[in-house]
Design a protein around this ligand. Sequence first.
Ligand code: ADP
Ligand code: MG
Ligand code: ZN
Length: 471
Amino acid sequence: MKEYELVSGLETHVELSTKTKIFCSCSTEFGGEPNTHCCPICIGLPGTMPRLNKQVVNYAIKAGLATNCTINNIAKMDRKNYCYPDLSKAYQVSQYDKPLCSNGYIQLDSGKKIRILRIHIEEDAGKLVHERGDTFVDYNRGGVPLIEIVTEPDIRSIDEAIEYVEKLQLIMKSIGVSDCKMQEGSLRCDVNVSVKPKDVDTLGTRTEIKNMNSFTFMRQAMEYEFDRQVDLIESGEEVIQETRRFNTGTGETEGMRSKEDAHDYRYFREPDLVTIHTTDEEIEEIRATLPELPDSKKARYIADFGINETDAKILVKYRKVSEFFDAVAEKVNKPKTVSNFIISTIYRTLSTDDEREKFDIKVSSESMTELVKLIEDGKINNNLAKDTLEKMLQNGGKPTDYIDESQMGGVDEGELRAICEKVVLANPKAVEDIKGGKGAAIGALIGGVMKETKGKADAKAAQKIIREIIG
Ligand code: ADP
Ligand code: MG
Ligand code: ZN
């Protein structure tokens, strides 16, 4: 059998976190009683006039800049005609041939760039709810602003597809244009998949799997679709260009409808909205509001602070975590201590993704800074700091609420050495054991040092010195 390769391009819909909808002043808040966040404009009554929300344009431009796109000075809105009850006016206002942003990319960790063809703005449709043997329509989501980010078919594996979406999600969250919650549908992917023999350049016929809203399902759907298409080709049949849905029950993709071509939508200019003009000056103003992006942050943590790749990745994964880290890191000598505390002690109290995302902890960055400074000034050791941090995480407050004067003061290097020498002399049996290969016996000596220093010594430093003394 020939070796086949997967080819994929993604169309990702991201709901923008503006307060109000794209063409009216209704709330964009998720949920709510059905049809309560609605008005004549967003349920599409004839004769109503849309007014474009400026913040939508600004957020889309921000998204474009953060993904290396060119921002087009002139853009316009178009009507995409289709008939389905989730959109009662029978057209979606979107952008066709003049999108706001084009020609960007997102770079994967391998260095490979996944090119972004375009980013355009559009309105979301309502939601069909199938219940009690009936179908109901909830228009709360109708008119919520979306950006659609379309890639070139540059993706060559499921892992690349997932990494691309993870990066996109992180970028959008960190620039604050969306919360990108897949489970709430504020980030959804249409996954286009085709296969081709590895040694051939021409792309095969693709299918489009609609509305993937979890990484697990996306992976399953792509695996299934790849196998299905390879089987078809191997048995001499053809892949039909069509839209498919993923059945989460069976783990299979199913045909929904044959794929529409652009001309089926009979796109034409939205006559009720004016051209969107954006000056270079306005673009630069928006660029100036961009925060440091996750990948450059990660690179900085690795290069400047000596933090390893895995840890740096976990720190930048959640916006609030990296903000907390940054606030402490800039005030202490060794930011690595802070990252260790976050990843070990703090993350232990925040076990889910959601909790880490919210990062609702009782320790302020000021208290954390104080704690790390106490270590750096040699006033407390790591163990005491860890215990204190645990107490602060439970009950709030600052380090000195938990550490009393008598525990502070620490042990300086010379003093520690003297105590170690004393303990080594007093415990010949343990020394003998260590020399005889029983490494664990060092525990007894460190215990002795801790006793002498009332727990103030740094165990690691003591161990190092004891090893030097024993030789
Ligand atoms: P439409 O908007 O009608 O779905 P586009 O031509 O804009 O169609 O392409 C949609 C997506 O399909 C793009 O992300 C593109 O990268 C992807 N795509 C195009 N051709 C292929 C292919 N042969 N295999 C996989 N993906 C493809
Ligand atoms: Mg499509
Ligand atoms: Zn409305």
